[in-house]
Ligand binder design. Structure first.
Ligand code: GLV
Ligand code: MN
Ligand code: MN
Length: 400
């Protein structure tokens, strides 16, 4: 499975993955998923929001145990963020069949669409739509950098967007959702464990800062006559770092658009996107408010107009304790050791679904902690330990 996926959407220069929603690379990943389902005799379907499902047992029976993740990537992403969870789900099913497990509940494997939000700016679009956290109307307004709307992109990829929206009837048939994911930090490396269990996801959001000044000639415009939005933007980036450090939070400007984007032109517009996250809501609010205030102060000083728009927000997720404890107990019994329980600053479909269904996550050790980069890695032995852990957990949930 890993070999099949390896070339899909990989950029030969960066070695990073560019698997953006509803593009050719995404279509190839989706075809791969469907083939994996059909090869195993599973019932394949795409839901109204374009998420893929592969069912063992009756999809309508209810109390289904569902596992999976996503196959899309950030720009120049690594191989593991998302695909490790989907590949491990199929591998865990193979392992359970080899064990002769008898399923008493339906089991499904999923690929949630557009988890990273790399193309339309909003993360977890597939799971948000399904959980009713993104309305059909708002989804219809999403556009990529070329102005292509989400429904246009879905249509171009051969999907009918007209029925997108909340799917409570589907979620009501799910008894538990478990997502396995590569760890995006070094907690497991430091504790010496191949696998961990998630406790919580930090609240996080994305804010767009539009600094507008005046385009002018880079050679002939006196410094005192300039209204250069790049200066206010640069000062805001430094303020974000400072405020995050003070509060023990994180804040990142990782994406920027400049107009007219000429070497010899003072910009008329600098648009920067802030991603900020913290362990609790109050801290996050404090950090973002302080960054906004600093940005307005700098903008005023340079004669720059500033608009700040919150493009998305995900509140703190505390995974259900009962399911988390159940996973811990199953894994302790199978491995003879206590499994570490970790919080994370990364967003996941599991977090989006957690208000609608009992949800849990497993993490697999990442020796450097690097993620959202081609350097993202997990050792094969650890991936196999992850598969065994997921199989143990699924057996505990679906075979009793
Ligand atoms: C997704 O990986 C996110 O945390 O942004
Ligand atoms: Mn990610
Ligand atoms: Mn992910």
């Amino acid at each position: 499975m890993w070999n099949d996926l390896r070339p899909i959407g990989r950029d030969p220069e960066s070695n990073g993955y560019r698997r953006f929603a509803w593009t050719g690379a995404d279509a190839d990943c989706r075809t791969w998923f469907q083939e994996q389902a059909e090869t195993r005799g599973l019932t394949y379907e795409t839901d109204r929001n374009g998420n893929q499902w592969a069912w063992l047992g009756d999809p309508t029976a209810g109390d289904a145990v569902v596992t999976g993740s996503h196959l899309d990537s950030v720009p120049d992403g690594g191989a593991f963020d998302g695909p490790l969870g989907v590949v491990s789900s199929f591998a865990a099913l193979d392992e359970l069949r080899a064990r002769g497990a008898e399923f008493t509940k339906p089991l499904a494997i999923t690929n949630f669409g557009d988890e990273e939000g790399a193309r339309f700016g909003l993360a977890c679009v597939g799971s948000r739509l399904t959980a009713g956290k993104l309305t059909r109307e708002a989804a219809y307004e999403l556009r990529d950098a070329d102005g292509v709307s989400l429904p246009e992109a879905m249509e171009a990829a051969g999907y009918d967007p007209s029925a997108i929206g909340a799917d409570p009837e589907r979620l009501a048939r799910v008894g538990a959702f478990v997502e396995l994911h590569v760890e995006q930090g070094r907690a497991l490396d430091l504790s010496g464990d191949p696998v961990g269990i998630a406790s919580a996801i930090w609240p996080h959001g994305r804010w767009r800062f539009d600094f507008r000044g005046e385009a002018n000639h880079a050679g002939t415009t006196r410094l005192v006559d300039r209204r250069d939005p790049m200066l206010s933007y640069a000062e805001t980036v430094l303020a974000a770092r400072r405020e995050a450090e003070l509060a023990g939070a994180v804040a990142t400007f990782g994406k920027i658009a400049v107009e007219p984007n000429g070497v010899n032109a003072i910009p008329s517009l600098v648009r920067g996107w802030l991603d900020s996250r913290a362990a609790d809501q109050d801290t996050l609010d404090t950090v973002v408010t302080a960054i906004e205030k600093a940005a307005h102060d700098y903008a005023d000083r340079h004669g720059i107009d500033l608009d700040v728009v919150r493009e998305s927000f995900t509140p703190v997720v505390e995974f259900q304790h009962a399911l988390r404890d159940e996973l811990g107990a199953v894994l302790r019994e199978r491995t003879g050791r206590d499994i570490p329980v970790l919080g994370t600053g990364a967003g996941h479909d599991a977090g989006i679904l957690s208000e609608s269904v009992p949800t849990a996550m497993l993490f697999v050790r990442n020796p450097t902690g690097v993620s959202h980069s081609p350097a993202e890695h997990a050792a094969e032995d650890d991936c196999l330990a992850g598969v065994r852990a997921l199989a143990d957990v699924l057996e505990g949930l679906a075979c009793r």
